[in-house]
Design a protein around this ligand. Structure first.
Ligand code: ADP
Ligand code: MG
Length: 248
């Protein structure tokens, strides 16, 4: 297993406030690596840096051995890091299949154009179907995205991120706002998607973290508090104290 992503001393200050403070992260290719920590720990800030939305105030990021520090989001995406955004990226009136076909079209510089003729979109049928199958939405393909259950929409967002052909997929709280029943239905698609790429997952639900991830980094107040497997961390005094509480 080779390292696919590393950060060295990654730091982000907002008007003097250190949201991220010297984070050294190492993600092995082909794994699901979870980032956990209390609210305000800096998890989303870390994702904003990794996806190029923010430029770090200090530190470096390397992806596949190359320095990607400070690159803009489109360039980061082009290199193979994609992030699943929330519902904003789904076109509600279009079918599930058309949402994925358009995302694939956008990647090939045709742009997000609703007026793309059917024969152009048809080029993406096969790949769109494969993506929908991989996230378990094949039977929903002809429904308008707006008709999907909330949990299915979250899964569709993951499908749209896959249209970018990422080698590294960033998922920020994919189960947020889902019922227990819906959470169970999101775990399988994520596991399937993770078979073919590396996933970095920010997640609050420890059952989901335990089910999916091989390695976990615990952030607290912008710093790495601990790192290890789920089993290691649930026996880690500082983690129990700071985050897992008695529930671990
Ligand atoms: N754009 C911003 N401007 C100022 N402070 C911010 C900004 N983004 C995040 N923060 C602060 O940085 C800290 C970490 O936030 P965040 O990364 O969203 O934490 P998490 O995702 O772990 O809950 C919080 O205290 C938050 O208020
Ligand atoms: Mg967050």
């Amino acid at each position: 297993m080779a390292t696919i992503l590393e950060t060295h001393g990654l730091s982000m200050e907002f008007r003097g406030f250190r949201a991220l403070d010297g984070v050294d992260l190492r993600v092995e290719g082909g794994t699901v690596h979870a980032i956990i920590g209390p609210n305000g720990a800096g998890k989303t800030t870390l994702f904003n840096l990794l996806s190029g939305l923010l430029r770090p105030t200090r530190g470096r990021m390397l992806f596949e051995g190359r320095d990607v520090t400070g690159l803009p989001p489109h360039e980061i995406a082009r290199r193979g890091i994609a992030r699943s955004f929330q519902i904003t990226s789904v076109f509600p009136h279009l079918t599930v299949l058309d949402n994925v076909r358009l995302a694939l079209g956008a990647r090939t510089r045709l742009g997000y154009a609703f007026w793309l003729p059917e024969r152009v979109l048809a080029r993406f049928d096969e790949e769109a179907s494969a993506i929908l199958a991989s996230v378990g939405l094949a039977d929903q393909r002809h429904r308008p995205a707006s008709a999907l259950a909330y949990g299915q929409k979250r899964v569709l967002e993951i499908g749209l991120a896959l249209a970018l052909h990422p080698t590294l997929l960033l998922l920020d709280e994919p189960t947020a706002g889902l019922s227990l029943e819906e959470i169970a239905r999101v775990v399988d698609p994520i596991r399937r998607v993770a078979r073919e790429r590396t996933v970095v997952l920010v997640e609050h639900n420890m059952g989901v973290v335990a089910a999916l991830s091989q390695r976990i980094t615990v952030l607290q107040r912008g710093r790495v508090l601990a790192e290890g497997t789920y089993e290691e961390l649930r026996a880690h005094p500082a983690v129990i104290e700071a985050y897992l509480g008695g529930a671990a």
